[in-house]
Write a new protein. Structure first.
Length: 317
């Protein structure tokens, strides 16, 4: 087996903030043989054979309390988001203009379904009884999923299913879905690293995939606009419409509730974190709700702007 490329290597993959902004990948290089060898054959095999492992959640995460509630709130939401992304990707596969795109987006569909399973199964490790997992996800679907994920899904399906717009769909999934959720997932990986190492590992694995999805989706749009510059105005208008929708969604309220639970847990168990830094020079125990939310929002904005510039869509803000 050949050495995996850095983005598919647990030991060398960049974080979301570096990889999502700078990595250059294409559907021609990230095709089905690439995925079978480097993702299924290397990255995932190291999980299954135990080469890559992480400790279980601490007791404060597994038992009823604010840390448990924060984890459940987050991972049920992520489960729903990944499920919806997988379903939407079926339309990208259907409308793929060539074999390279068909193969890449088929692998992305599998990746998103994999992520949904990983987030769902970690709920068991976090102390949610097996018979209550479906109910926990349903509660999220009825609350934050209904007000955030459903409108995003409706917007994406209008582009993909109703209009059959492959490139518009790639743009929506790359910027409004991957470009927003990936930086938030980076924050999550850092938050849970000591309190629930296995949750951080789930986030790390998903993030490695999302970096690849962001990079390839961006390359697809960039190449399309190089070949069809007259389409720039149409895609720019679509991106602006999507961002207007995003600004109306109550994602800040969803995150505030989740971070409030996490903050309450931090206050109860600060001694478990010691001097652990969530980013250089800043201890996690010293951060507050608004500070963590502001960091995630800044990372998301910077990631989107960098990718839009790469896609030749400067000015979509």
């Amino acid at each position: 087996m050949s050495t995996p490329p850095p983005e598919a290597d647990w030991d060398n993959a960049p974080g979301v903030l570096e990889g999502a902004r700078e990595l250059h990948l294409t559907p021609q290089t990230c095709n089905l043989p690439y995925w079978l060898e480097h993702v299924a054959g290397s990255m995932l095999r190291r999980l299954s054979d135990g080469t890559v492992t992480a400790a279980a959640p601490i007791e404060a995460v597994r038992r009823p309390g604010p840390l448990h509630d924060a984890l459940v709130d987050e991972f049920t939401f992520r489960t729903l988001a990944e499920e919806k992304a997988a379903r939407a990707l079926s339309f990208l596969v259907f409308h793929a203009p060539d074999n390279d795109c068909l193969e890449f987006f088929s692998t992305q569909l599998v990746d998103e379904a994999r992520h949904a399973r990983a987030f769902r199964e970690h709920l068991l490790a976090a102390g949610v009884p097996a018979e209550e997992v479906v109910l926990a996800i349903a509660r999220t679907a009825a609350a934050s999923g209904a007000v955030v994920l459903d409108p995003l899904e409706e917007f994406g399906l209008h582009v993909l299913r109703d209009k059959g717009d492959f490139y518009g769909g790639v743009l929506v999934l790359t910027i409004l879905v991957e470009g927003v959720l990936a930086p938030a997932a980076e924050l999550s990986e850092r938050k849970w690293r000591l309190l629930d190492p296995s949750a951080a590992l789930v986030e790390r694995g998903a993030n490695m995939d999302e970096i690849r999805h962001l990079a390839v989706g961006s390359a697809v749009i960039r190449q399309y606009l190089i070949e069809h510059p007259e389409q720039r105005g149409r895609l720019l208008a679509l991106m602006q419409e999507g961002r207007r929708l995003w600004e109306k969604l109550p994602m800040a309220e969803v995150l505030y509730r989740r971070e409030s639970l996490f903050q309450e847990g931090l206050a109860e168990h600060a001694e478990l974190l010691g001097d652990y830094e969530i980013w250089p020079g800043r201890r996690l125990v010293d951060t507050g709700i608004e500070e963590r939310m502001a960091a995630a929002e800044q990372w998301s904005r910077e990631t989107q702007e960098a990718r839009l510039a790469y896609m030749l869509l400067d000015g979509a803000s």
